[in-house]
Each structure stands twice: as structure tokens, then as C-alpha cells.
Design a protein around this ligand. Structure first.
Ligand SMILES: NC(=O)c1ccc[n+]([C@@H]2O[C@H](COP(=O)([O-])OP(=O)(O)OC[C@H]3O[C@@H](n4cnc5c(N)ncnc54)[C@H](OP(=O)(O)O)[C@@H]3O)[C@@H](O)[C@H]2O)c1
Length: 288
């Protein structure tokens, strides 16, 4: 019994699986999932359909967690605009209401995609200018949380990757290559990928902190999607041959935000945490 209780939504997801392992060291952890109970890595599994306001209120009232990390979301490729609205916006509202009612510290996970990519680099408190449904619904979720619980912290993050489990993006690239198709990696899509271990630590530090508002939590190395994709494919031992090609996101769609550089020094100072860049993380994994 560790006495301090934490509810993690999205515990069965990519971030959640890593975060749960760390969180369970310090807290009595309630690991909330929607449908994927097999994805729970640590803590007490709790089934919770976030689309139901009643269920969210009931479960949080019953468990009375002292803190909540809200990491569940419908990401691009995992649901349509309606599902994104229901979870990324409305469910965030329900979680914030229940957190306020139960007096729980609330930390939410948001995204760099709340920005258009037209005015980088973005400050921690830059107003959202989303271009697509994912960005719009995540921005609406942020706004609902801040309206209901102004003391909440919202971490805006970027492409999440780890070296123990393949990230979702790389997984989709591998599937494409395995099915015999070519792969276009966008050189005009600029991001600051974040190591899942840094992000997990930052979120746990935010729980212990009284920071309120949005905070950029991204890796300190700026890479384009092609550079990042090639590094990850190589790390996972996938042959990067002529089937992996360079392309432009702007040629595919005008709703892909291109330049999403975010300032990150505030998070490093506040949380006393190095936000390692991809090459630093890769070097740590295979010291020469
Ligand atoms: N992945 C990235 O590169 C990235 C980049 C920027 C920001 N983010 C943000 O980081 C957070 C974590 O992302 P992730 O990639 O780790 O997510 P993920 O792997 O796609 O997992 C999504 C999680 O949300 C849960 N969920 C979805 N709908 C639900 C519902 N109706 N009821 C209960 N739970 C539901 C899923 O539970 P079940 O599967 O059990 O149903 C799962 O645990 C999200 O807030 C996302 O917006 C991610």
C-alpha cells in the first residue's frame, strides 16, 4: 500500500503502457482502459467507457483518486471525427468535472497538432490554430479542461516513441512495407519527437507540481518526418531501401501541419528534466 492514488486513463495505449509501469512504483495505480484489458501493464485494471459522462463520474467518485493523468484519446487513424469529438473533447470535459468534484490533481495529455504549423516555434501558451479534426478536438478538450479546472496542467507533446516497443507510426510504416507497398516519408513535416520515458517522467512530475495551464513537453531535437522515420526503421532493423522514398506532406493534404517546432525550455527548467533528442536517446541505447 503506497497510500497515494492515481487514476490513469488510456493505460492500455502506447504512452499508457509505459507510464503505468513507472506510475505503479509511486502510487496505488488505477489503470483505466476502454476495450483493451490485455494492454494493461501495471496497476489495478479498471474498465471505463470515457464516452459516458455517467460512467466517468461514477468511477471517479468510487475510486476517489488523489490525482488523474488523462492520457486517453482517439488518435488519427483510430477513429473518425465523431469519435474524436466524443473522446478528445467531451470525455476530457467529463474527466475535468469529476476531478474538480473529487478534488483530484488533473494532468492531461495534448498535442502539437493543436497548431497550424504556420507560426513556429510555438510558446507553451500559444493559442491553438488547428487545421484538422484531431487538432480541433484536442484543442476543444484543452479549452474545456481549462474552463472547468483552471488548476489543471496540460502537456502538449509530439510524436511519441520508445526503444522497447515500436511506436505507432513506425509500426504503420512496417506494415506498409511488409505488404509490398512503397513508403513516402515527408521531409517538410517538422517535429520534435519525444522519448516515451521522458514524457512519462514529465507527466509524473507534473502530478507532484502545481503548474497550471499548457506546457510543451517535446524532445529537444528538431527532425523532419523523413529523418525521424529513417532513424526508427533503422533502429528496429528494417531495411531502408529504395521502397522508402522522400515526399512532401504538402502534396498530400493541406490539413497536415508542417512546422510544429515548440519551445521546451520551460518544461526542462520547471521539471528539472532533460528532454533528450532522438539522437541522444539512440546513443544511450547503443553506447559506442
Ligand atoms: N502517439 C503519439 O505520437 C502522440 C503524439 C502527440 C500526442 N499524443 C497524445 O498522447 C496521448 C496518448 O496517446 P497514445 O498514442 O499512447 O494513444 P493510443 O496508443 O492510441 O491509445 C489510446 C488510448 O485511449 C483509450 N481510449 C480510446 N477511446 C476510449 C474510450 N471510449 N473509453 C476509454 N478509453 C478509451 C484506449 O483504450 P482501449 O484501447 O482500451 O479502448 C487507449 O488506452 C493522447 O492524449 C494523444 O492525443 C500522442
Amino acid at each position: 500500500m503506497k497510500n497515494r492514488t492515481l487514476l490513469l486513463t488510456g493505460a492500455s495505449g502506447y504512452l499508457g503502457q509505459h507510464l503505468a509501469l513507472r506510475a505503479a512504483d509511486a502510487y496505488d495505480l488505477y489503470a483505466a482502459y476502454g476495450s483493451n484489458s490485455a494492454g494493461i501493464t501495471a496497476g489495478q485494471p479498471v474498465q471505463l467507457d470515457l464516452s459516458s459522462r455517467e460512467a466517468v463520474h461514477q468511477v471517479i467518485e468510487r475510486l476517489q483518486p488523489q490525482a488523474i493523468i488523462h492520457a486517453a484519446a482517439v488518435n488519427p487513424g483510430y477513429g473518425d471525427a465523431t469519435a474524436m469529438e466524443r473522446i478528445n473533447h467531451q470525455a476530457s470535459r467529463f474527466v475535468a468535472e469529476a476531478a474538480v468534484r473529487g478534488g483530484a490533481r488533473l494532468v492531461c495529455v495534448s498535442t502539437d497538432v493543436v497548431h497550424s504549423g504556420h507560426n513556429a516555434p510555438y510558446a507553451d501558451d500559444a493559442a491553438p490554430t488547428p487545421l484538422n479534426d484531431y487538432g480541433r478536438t484536442k484543442a476543444a478538450g484543452e479549452a474545456a479542461v481549462m474552463e472547468i479546472d483552471p488548476s489543471a496542467a496540460i502537456a502538449r507533446t509530439s510524436l511519441i516513441y520508445g526503444l522497447e516497443r515500436m511506436d505507432r507510426g513506425t509500426e504503420s510504416f512496417v506494415k506498409r512495407l511488409e505488404s509490398g507497398q512503397t513508403l513516402k516519408l515527408f521531409r517538410d513535416v517538422i517535429r520534435q519527437p519525444v522519448w516515451v520515458e521522458s514524457l512519462a517522467e514529465a507527466l509524473l512530475k507534473l502530478v507532484e507540481n502545481d503548474y497550471a495551464g499548457t506546457l510543451n513537453v517535446v524532445g529537444r531535437q528538431v527532425l523532419n518526418r523523413e529523418e525521424f522515420g529513417r532513424r526508427m526503421l533503422t533502429f528496429w532493423g528494417v531495411a531502408v531501401d529504395e521502397r522508402v522514398q522522400s515526399g512532401l506532406g504538402a502534396d498530400i493534404s493541406n490539413t497536415i501541419p508542417l512546422d510544429l517546432r515548440l519551445t521546451y525550455s520551460k518544461a526542462e527548467q520547471l521539471l528539472q528534466l532533460p528532454l533528450y533528442g532522438v539522437d541522444e536517446v539512440l546513443a544511450m541505447a547503443s553506447p559506442s
